[in-house]
Write a protein that binds this ligand. Structure first.
Ligand code: AHR
Length: 509
């Protein structure tokens, strides 16, 4: 018996079974066994773990979400109604904005006041120009339309601390402050609520190419002037344990959360791979890369534990998702989204659920038309991606308590990549229901997961006949969830998972 990940000893034990390590060509089902415990495996799954990230690039904001009040595309004060409605339906607990790399080159003053008079700037990181038509007032309107929380990514790379503290004062001050009056003059009487503020982004890279020691001094200085917000420190995205250690040691006192960025890439940064048209080998390589998020969270948490044994400081995975080669001529970081992306989402959610003692927010990169998007648009058309459906399937996990479980699963191989056939997550919802997510990662072989439970299960299944199946404007329902029911047999409940599939069910009481 071999444990895939040492961390699962706490939350889940995944145990290799006797099945062959070779990729099976037969249709015989892989046999897995799940023992579900009633004990909590950790603190509740914060709804913010299902959070989002919005950056000014390509058609991520302009066109994809913002069309302007004068557009023929139906909109509410400039935000397109079809996209807002889809996002409201899935629930957007928190949105990080305005970047990314963009945030460390952003002056909030460019985005307030008369829209016709706002400056046009070069978008240094993502190409083209930024006309600042979407600024603070417009973003906060979107936050309110979606019933979300605002997570502002503050500029530490190229603006002084006073700029960041004044942005917050402009947004949140009541009474007679000059900045509050300016906000009122610009059309917003009531102060906004800003819960989270990021102090820089990827300060080791596009945020200023800083040494950890220098960044931590700067962080402490900026964080001093933030007031009553969750202070989020820019963290790691390159597997740099030494950086985590330095920042935790020198800035731990001045932060409430530390960040991790983790992108799933089938190849390497020079040749990332295709979003569609890939083979089983690329499928497996990609899922293996996605599963690496678990080990990275584990490693960062271990270093955080050293400096913060009581776990006051949260870990926010505030950029995660797939990153493929952008097709020639496409807007910045635009990519299709296939069944494989839904599996990446499931694997990431499962990893977050295993680490609720630290992971209290995660933000997929990004919400619309950029990287692993929830929604794709083209002019007036909109389509929901398989990733959107994965978020929707996992909705019952928000606010639920993860449960201990032991999963015995066979492994399968494609070429030189070996993976467990099944990955899973279980939790108890606040109203006492048990919810179970099971992903069959094997692209060829079905899986049977025996639970021994004398309970029925009801929920939804997401799969397709091709591993790169995706939704298009012409065929928006190629990958959509379908009902899934299972009744216990004489040996209890056994769930039948098609190859390359995701099932989320609630167990009958
Ligand atoms: O999400 C795209 C970019 O990836 C972000 O701007 C940056 O923070 C990261 O490198």
């Amino acid at each position: 018996m071999k444990q895939f990940f040492s961390t699962f000893a706490v939350a889940l034990s995944f145990v290799a079974g006797a099945a062959s390590a070779q990729s099976p060509s037969s249709g015989a089902a892989a046999q897995a066994r799940l023992e579900l415990d009633q004990d909590a495996a950790g603190p509740v799954i914060e709804p913010a773990v299902y959070g989002h990230f919005v950056e000014h690039m390509g058609t991520g904001v302009y066109g994809g979400m913002w069309v302007g009040p004068e557009s023929s595309i139906p909109n509410t004060r400039g935000w397109r109604n079809d996209v807002v409605q889809a996002l409201r339906q899935v629930g957007i607990p928190v949105m990080r904005w305005p970047g990314g790399c963009f945030a460390d080159d952003y002056d909030w003053r460019d985005g307030i006041g008369d829209p016709e008079k706002r400056p046009v700037r070069v978008n240094r990181w993502w190409g083209g120009t930024e006309n600042n038509r979407v600024g603070t007032h417009e973003f906060m309107d979107l936050v309110e339309q979606l019933g979300s929380e605002a997570y502002l990514a503050g500029n530490m790379g190229s603006m002084p601390p006073r700029a960041l503290s004044q942005w917050l004062e402009y947004m949140t001050a009541d009474g007679k402050s000059t900045l509050a009056e300016e906000r009122r003059k610009n059309g917003r009487d009531k102060p906004w609520k800003v819960k989270y503020v990021g102090v820089g982004n990827e300060s080791w890279g596009c945020g200023g190419n800083m040494r950890g020691e220098y960044q931590s001094d700067l962080h402490n200085r900026y964080a001093t002037f933030l007031g009553q917000v969750v202070r989020v420190a820019s963290g790691d995205g390159e597997g740099n344990d030494a950086l985590v250690d330095v920042l935790m040691a020198r800035s731990g006192k001045h932060m409430d959360a530390f960040t991790l960025h983790y992108y799933t890439i089938p190849g390497d940064w020079s040749r990332k791979g295709e979003a569609t048209g890939f083979d089983a080998q690329a499928w497996a390589r990609t899922l293996k890369s996605a599963m690496g998020i678990d080990g990275r969270i584990e490693a960062v948490s271990r270093i955080m534990d050293k400096h913060d044994p009581k776990r006051r400081i949260a870990l926010y995975v505030d950029e995660w998702g797939s990153w493929y080669d952008t097709p020639p001529g496409a807007p910045a970081l635009h990519q299709q989204n296939s069944l494989r992306d839904a599996m990446i989402a499931a694997l990431s959610f499962n990893a977050f659920h295993r680490h609720t003692d630290r992971v209290r927010m995660a933000n997929i990169a990004q919400m619309v038309n950029v990287l692993q998007a929830m929604v794709l648009t083209d002019g007036p058309s909109m389509v929901l991606t398989p990733t959107y459906h994965a978020f929707d399937l996992y909705r019952p996990f928000r606010g639920a308590t993860p449960l201990r479980a032991t999963l015995q699963t066979p492994r399968f191989s494609v070429g030189d990549v070996e993976l467990p056939s099944v990955d899973m997550s279980a939790a108890r919802t606040p109203d006492g229901q048990v919810v179970l997510a099971l992903a069959n990662l094997d692209p060829k072989r079905p899986a049977q997961v025996a639970t021994g439970l004398k309970r029925a299960a009801r929920g939804r299944l997401l799969t397709a006949s091709a591993i790169d199946a995706h939704n298009t404007f012409a065929q928006p329902r190629a990958v959509v969830p379908v009902p899934f029911d299972a009744k216990p047999g004489k040996d209890g409940l056994t769930l039948q998972l098609p190859p390359a599939s995701l099932v989320v069910v609630t167990l009958a009481p």
